[in-house]
Design a protein around this ligand. Structure first.
Ligand SMILES: Nc1ncnc2c1ncn2[C@@H]1O[C@H](COP(=O)(O)OP(=O)(O)O)[C@@H](O)[C@H]1O
Ligand SMILES: N[C@@H](CCOP(=O)(O)O)C(=O)O
Length: 308
């Protein structure tokens, strides 16, 4: 569980009033997530999710909430932010910017099949299309420049073996130029724990847009492949699902092996940052960086092609 900021019942009840959702019944910290503080909130009108943003600027918040609003209106199963009478989607609570969003049904799955991968591939391409051309989109906050900067800053903190791998990968990634690839707003963190499924096996929710931003669409596909696809059949299904909505171009096929490395590097760095620079909180989730170091090492030794 990550709950960095405690929220008292009385202050929450006052904060909820402008949303007109009736009496607050209860609220409870959510046992998942790494970045923000999340609570399930029940009022007389139903169940919602309250997010307190721990380190996001107002411009980023406006973008993330507008993005979810746009996708929800576009028919994607993503949380709908609630606005008050003045159209504000976030307001301060317990000293942090906070937003209330619809609570989506279903549960995340750890064990996924090729069938799930196909559905997620199609969903990802729909998300790319629905978010395309969004005004005032921000760049991917953890794009190539972030990877170089954070990677360099971690070199003195990691083991000698890790530093050698990291330095070599940063040098390789610095030679890659993906500015010509198809691009737009990407989710950038569509791991299995950010997708909900209902009891009929239907995809019922896409969560956690707080790393979203503009980048190569292929980077998003690589992020998903790295977390969802344990074997070739799962990868083929993911790519088939994606391609059923948007055709991948030849330049993306060429970029794929290096893109998978970039996506593995991105989450290795995030988890190393959390390990070496932990934040204080009531309860904090820490994930193992070694999963992504192993994946990166594997891709460096044996690059994989994008299935046709
Ligand atoms: N709108 C929502 N509907 C249902 N569950 C949600 C919703 N938003 C968050 N959750 C739950 O809270 C958890 C943490 O949310 P997440 O956005 O991943 O947090 P963080 O931003 O800290 O990574 C999710 O894994 C999910 O269980
Ligand atoms: N999905 C990433 C990043 C953080 O996780 P989340 O729980 O905030 O979605 C990871 O697994 O490292």
């Amino acid at each position: 569980m990550s709950v960095y900021t405690p929220v008292g019942r009385d202050e929450l009840a006052v904060w909820l009033q402008p949303l007109g959702l009736g009496e607050l019944i209860d609220h409870a910290g959510i046992a998942a997530g790494m970045q923000n503080s999340n609570y399930f909130v029940t009022t007389a009108s139903g169940r919602f999710v309250l997010t307190l943003f721990e380190n996001l600027e107002p411009a980023a918040l406006d973008f993330y909430l507008a993005l979810q609003d746009r996708l929800a209106h576009g028919g994607l199963p993503c949380p709908q932010p609630l606005a008050d009478g003045e159209g504000r989607r976030w307001r301060p609570l317990a000293g942090k910017p906070a937003a209330l969003l619809s609570c989506l049904p279903g549960a995340a799955l750890d064990d996924v099949t090729a069938g799930h991968c196909r559905i997620v591939g199609a969903l990802l391409a729909r998300l790319h299309q629905a978010a395309a051309g969004m005004p005032e989109a921000l760049p991917n906050p953890c794009g190539a420049a972030w990877r170089q900067q954070v990677g360099a800053s971690l070199l003195p903190q990691v083991s000698a073996d890790e530093a050698a791998l990291l330095a070599d990968e940063l040098a390789f990634q610095a030679t890659q130029d993906w500015t010509g690839l198809p691009r737009g707003v990407i989710h950038a963190d569509l791991f299995r724990d950010n997708v909900l499924w209902d009891s009929h096996g239907q995809l019922s929710g896409v969560l956690d847009f707080y790393f979203a931003g503009e980048d190569a669409w292929l980077f998003d596909l690589a992020v998903v492949a790295n977390d969802w696809c344990a074997d070739d059949a799962a990868l083929a299904a993911l790519v088939a699902g994606y391609s059923s909505v948007r055709t991948l171009v030849e330049a993306e096929r060429q970029a794929w092996p290096a893109m998978r490395r970039a996506a593995a590097l991105r989450f290795w760095l995030l988890r190393l940052e959390v390990r070496h620079r932990p934040r204080q909180g009531e309860v904090v989730t820490i994930k193992n960086p070694d999963d992504f170091r192993h994946l990166l090492t594997r891709f460096r030794l044996a690059p994989t092609a994008l299935p046709r």
